[in-house]
Ligand binder design. Structure first.
Ligand SMILES: Nc1ncnc2c1ncn2[C@@H]1O[C@H](COP(=O)(O)OP(=O)(O)OP(=O)(O)O)[C@@H](O)[C@H]1O
Length: 446
């Protein structure tokens, strides 16, 4: 398909000559002799580009440009102006014209400008498409109300410069939330640098955060950039913020306040432009009360608080997450995707997941490797998932019908195992027809 160009000019001779030249260049041409006609054609024909004359009777080029940008903001418009009309040129540029070409027209210039505009539009479209993909890829999976609310908060805060404090139990996805915010922010091109505040020993914290000059540290003969330097123009993710010593908290607070720091052993003051996202699984307000966390640092970091709910509060997302993890496992192991049968899924849904999404992900990865059958059933689940002490037993299934099915399937499996996996013998022993057992095990019985 050839790109289509709408030429708008009230002079028939220009329309004719320009059309002819551009058709020869392989463009599809539509013409309009005034602004009104042009707007109608844009609506009905959706051209790829507009060449717009400024001086026209009726609504002039500037007014037409305003209307075009109102409804089709990404449509590139090249303005054709009289010689030396600076004022109009400034106005048109402010209104979003892609380029201005002076009369008398030099056809080579016109073609270069058209090609640039079309390239620019293509890149813009590609960019929009990729951004949409990134947003789809970088949203937290799950359709439950708490996850929808979380995704909305993420989408709202991401494009701003606000600092964010992410709270939530271990393994709920706090780092994923931080990464998503960074990816959707204007800083996405720059890196997000993680600092695990709990893992850095007190003696190394300054080196890690601020770096050091050559020779400043025993055993190191090279200059090292610190995390705040590496994160410049990007995001710094301070994970496990509640596990920092008070001394480290003071150092962090200083650099967050002043946005300046020095490498260890260096005299030069470096400035840093970072967005801070912090995360914790601790109740920081309680830590403040106990004198273990600085109140001033808490208020500095807690500009926008985001709470990531524990998995047990969004159990309806478990099938979606299981499906994602089974898909990932199949791709990693180059195997056919396994499935979890409905009874086993019920048990996964009622187990309280103290290790949250991380625990679920690890279990599914393990089951995908260990279970030889394509369908994962109740008997494949680890015993702790059925242990009444952790609440993951059949009695926690809210729906009687589902509880009955899950119990029956588990009961039949145990009986089968006790009778050497002989279906006839087992059926006889428990007083049902053999078909009953087969159907129950396939998970198809209501
Ligand atoms: N909604 C989700 N969809 C897919 N994977 C997820 C989701 N939430 C969490 N995960 C995965 O679960 C694991 C744990 O998540 P993450 O490391 O973000 O948790 P965390 O809250 O930062 O944990 P910790 O408190 O231990 O640092 C990661 O492998 C992450 O990719």
């Amino acid at each position: 398909m050839f790109p289509s160009i709408l030429i708008v000019d009230d002079e028939p001779s220009i329309l004719q000559s320009l059309s002819g030249l551009l058709i020869d260049e392989g463009f599809e041409i539509i013409t309009a002799s005034n602004g009104y006609e042009a707007l109608k054609i844009i609506d009905s024909e959706a051209p790829d580009l507009v060449l717009l004359d400024i001086w026209m009777p009726g609504i002039d080029g500037i007014e037409t440009l305003k209307e075009i940008k109102k409804n089709s903001s990404s449509l590139p418009v090249i303005i054709i102006t009289g010689h030396g009309n600076v004022e109009t040129a400034v106005k048109a540029t402010k209104l979003g014209a892609f380029d201005l070409i002076e009369k008398p027209l030099n056809i080579d210039k016109v073609i270069v400008s058209i090609n640039n505009a079309l390239d620019f539009r293509r890149l813009e479209e590609e960019n929009r498409y990729l951004r949409k993909k990134i947003i789809e890829k970088h949203s937290i999976s799950g359709g439950s109300a708490p996850v929808q609310a979380l995704n909305l908060q993420i989408a709202t805060v991401a494009p701003t410069e606000s600092w964010v404090l992410i709270k939530g139990e271990n393994g709920t996805g706090k780092e994923l939330v931080a990464r998503t915010i960074h990816q959707l922010s204007p800083r996405a091109e720059a890196p997000m640098i993680d600092v695990n505040c709990a893992a850095i020993p007190e003696t190394r914290i300054e080196n890690e955060l601020f770096g050091h000059e050559k020779g400043a540290v025993t055993g190191s003969n090279v200059k090292m950039r610190g995390k705040f330097e590496l994160a410049n123009s990007g995001t710094i993710f301070l994970d496990e913020i509640g596990d920092m010593s008070l001394a480290t908290q003071a150092k962090i607070l200083r650099v967050l306040d002043e946005k300046k720091f020095q490498r260890v052993g260096g005299g030069r003051v470096l400035t840093t432009d970072v967005r801070v996202i912090a995360a914790t699984n601790k109740d920081l307000e309680a830590e403040i009360e106990k004198g273990r966390f600085r109140e001033d640092l808490y208020y500095r970091l807690n500009v926008v608080p985001i709470e990531v709910p524990p998995l047990r509060e969004r159990a309806e997302d478990i099938p979606t997450l299981v499906d994602i993890f089974l898909g990932e496992a199949a791709a990693n192991n180059r195997e056919k995707r396994k499935t979890v049968n409905p009874d086993a899924m019920e048990i996964l849904k009622v187990y309280p997941w103290p290790g949250n999404v991380r625990e679920l992900k690890n279990l599914i990865e393990r089951l995908a490797i260990m279970v030889s059958d394509e369908i994962i059933g109740v008997a494949d689940l680890p015993a702790n998932l059925l242990d009444p002490k952790v609440g993951g037993n059949l009695f926690s299934i809210a729906d009687l019908q589902q509880a009955r099915t899950a119990f029956e399937s588990e009961y039949i499996r145990k009986q089968l195992a006790a009778h050497g996996n002989d279906i006839d013998k087992t059926a006889h022993a428990i007083g049902v027809e053999p078909d009953y057992i087969t159907t129950a095990l396939e998970g198809t019985r209501d």
